[in-house]
Design a protein around this ligand. Structure first.
Ligand SMILES: Cc1cc2nc3c(=O)[nH]c(=O)nc-3n(C[C@H](O)[C@H](O)[C@H](O)COP(=O)(O)O)c2cc1C
Length: 269
């Protein structure tokens, strides 16, 4: 399965079959997680949490027996780094037929933080259930998907731009960046807000976060996790489509729309 196929196949799974996650699948996921670096090279500690041993659950998830959680130092760019590395694990799980759902909100956060022994100065941004998808979604899951319009995404030209923010870029004009940008477009995001924007300037693609008003003013920016997910999809699918890229943070100083902030750049090598 190519990464692009995996990106297309993935969806949040909130109804699991009830079959416990097999030991060999746990082992493969944890072995992969150890290698799931991010462009900021920030280390993250991954843990599997057994629901029977810990009593942990999420009100939106049914039939799961295992969660994965990650914790890290609360430092600049922790959000993007976490988003990037966790999405790599999510995509890896998908290739194994293991379903996931990014969860930042719908959990008893203090119970999960206790279970991972979170210390001062650390954050546990998100968790996910890990398990085998049930044949049929629960009614609650179907309603939740409708509530956030989980099946839909913004159009390519609403998200991506050619040289400056006043020139929308259509997929057919995106050249070698088309596949990687399409993978960004399809990414999961908190409440499906899709905050990623990108401006293509020749060999460089500059990524921006369009912050939703609802999240403004917080020192912990959940939409930067979404940005990390977007960077992950972009880098993996660019490489796969024959365009190796390198990462840098160097604001090109473009004029930006309101509430739109520079995050990072990828350059074709
Ligand atoms: C950072 C982040 C946090 C999320 N938090 C939650 C959550 O707390 N509860 C939940 O049910 N879904 C959560 N989601 C899942 C999104 O609602 C979902 O990805 C989005 O609606 C798109 O649907 P899809 O993943 O099926 O493509 C989160 C997603 C992301 C990326």
């Amino acid at each position: 399965m190519s990464t692009m196929e995996t990106v297309r196949a993935r969806r949040s799974v909130r109804t699991f079959s009830g079959e416990p996650l097999r030991a060999e699948d746990k082992q493969k996921i944890m072995a992969f997680a150890e290698t799931a670096d991010n462009p900021y090279h920030l280390p993250i500690t991954w843990m599997l949490l057994d629901t029977k041993e810990t009593g942990l659950s999420s009100p939106v998830i049914v039939g799961e027996d295992t969660f994965i959680a990650g914790k890290m130092r609360r430092v600049p760019h922790a959000e993007e780094a976490f988003g990037y590395s966790f999405e790599r694990i999510v995509l890896f799980a998908e290739t194994m037929g293991v379903g996931t759902t990014w969860i930042a909100g719908t959990m008893d956060r203090s119970a999960f933080e206790k279970a991972v022994a979170l210390s001062d100065g650390e954050v546990m941004p998100c968790i996910s259930p890990l398990g085998y998808p049930a044949a049929k979604m629960s009614v609650r899951e179907s309603l939740m998907r409708k509530g956030v319009k989980a099946e839909s995404r913004f159009a390519f030209a609403d998200l991506f731009f050619d040289g400056s923010f006043d020139r929308p870029l259509r997929a057919e004009n995106a050249g070698k960046w088309q596949t990687a940008l399409e993978a960004v477009r399809l990414a999961p995001s908190a409440v499906n807000k899709q905050p990623w924007r990108a401006v293509v300037c020749g060999e460089r693609v500059h990524f921006y976060e369009k912050r939703s008003k609802a999240y403004a003013g917080s020192d912990w920016d959940i939409q930067r996790i979404d940005m990390g997910i977007a960077l992950c999809h972009f880098a993996l699918c660019a490489e796969e489509s024959g365009v190796p890229v390198s990462f840098l943070q160097e604001d090109p100083g473009l004029e930006t729309p309101a509430n739109t902030v520079y995050i990072a750049t990828y350059i074709a090598e």
